[in-house]
Design a protein. Sequence first.
Length: 120
Amino acid sequence: MTQASDQAKSIDSKGTGVRENILAKLSDQASDQAVQIIENDLNDKALTILNILDEPKKRVEILEHINLSNHSRNREKYLDPLVKLGWIEMTIPEIPTHQDQKYKRSIQGEILHKLIVQGN
């Protein structure tokens, strides 16, 4: 009975190692895919925006950080796509033009950001 128990433990520990290896590979793949999406489908500033949103920030703060003016076309080009992807969200979504409106990483954005940061 001890031999069977030892074998079961051995198999389980190998299974755990295999699972961890698979999860690590999936994480690497997800990170690579996320970076590829940002590089190919969005723009070079998307990752910078995700990086600076450790806390909610106003549009003007975000755009100034990426050396752009606080103009609606810059919001449309750089922030709106990230909102549509669900990577960032407004703190007052029911009133998009509210004077205290800020942007923050969404849950998906947090996960994506962690994957990218771990991948680099």
